[in-house]
Design a protein around this ligand. Sequence first.
Ligand code: SF4
Length: 64
Amino acid sequence: MKIIVDTELCEAHGDCVLAAPEVFDLDDDENVVALLDPSPDESLRVKVEEAARMCPVSAIRVEG
Ligand code: SF4
């Protein structure tokens, strides 16, 4: 599984951080998402897909 985040779209609402804190965080200034793990373990798939669904600007894409 590979995660791609469009940081141009991200508005730093943080929904993805709530859904999958193992994978997403906000940067130090809390202006944009920080991808902690672009290739997370399969065991995190449900959380990652939930994060992608919750993102209000559809900035998260999950491949594979
Ligand atoms: S949920 Fe979407 S808009 Fe919010 S921080 Fe994550 S990627 Fe950015």
